[in-house]
Design a protein. Sequence first.
Length: 102
Amino acid sequence: MNLRTPILILVVLNAVDGFLTLAWIKTGIASETNLLMASLLGAGVLPFLLFKNAMGIFTAAVLYYGSNYRLARYGLNLAIFAYSFAMVTHLFTGLAASGFLS
């Protein structure tokens, strides 16, 4: 089964999540709740983005390599669902910070 497009979607969602997280943190709207990512962010923006995107690319490679296994397809669907939920959370964070939800 060809999982290239869903894996690409996962990598893009991971990158967008990282940049939106940085935007909310730098503007003071939100804070990083993941302790590992918060410590990387404390070391700087570059270590944060490099690690976050490296994790996403590593996960994508594992899923691509195992794409003939049903577990990889389920995992990919679950990951896309989770990142889609994260994007909705980012959307509502932005709306709330802009005063649209108050």
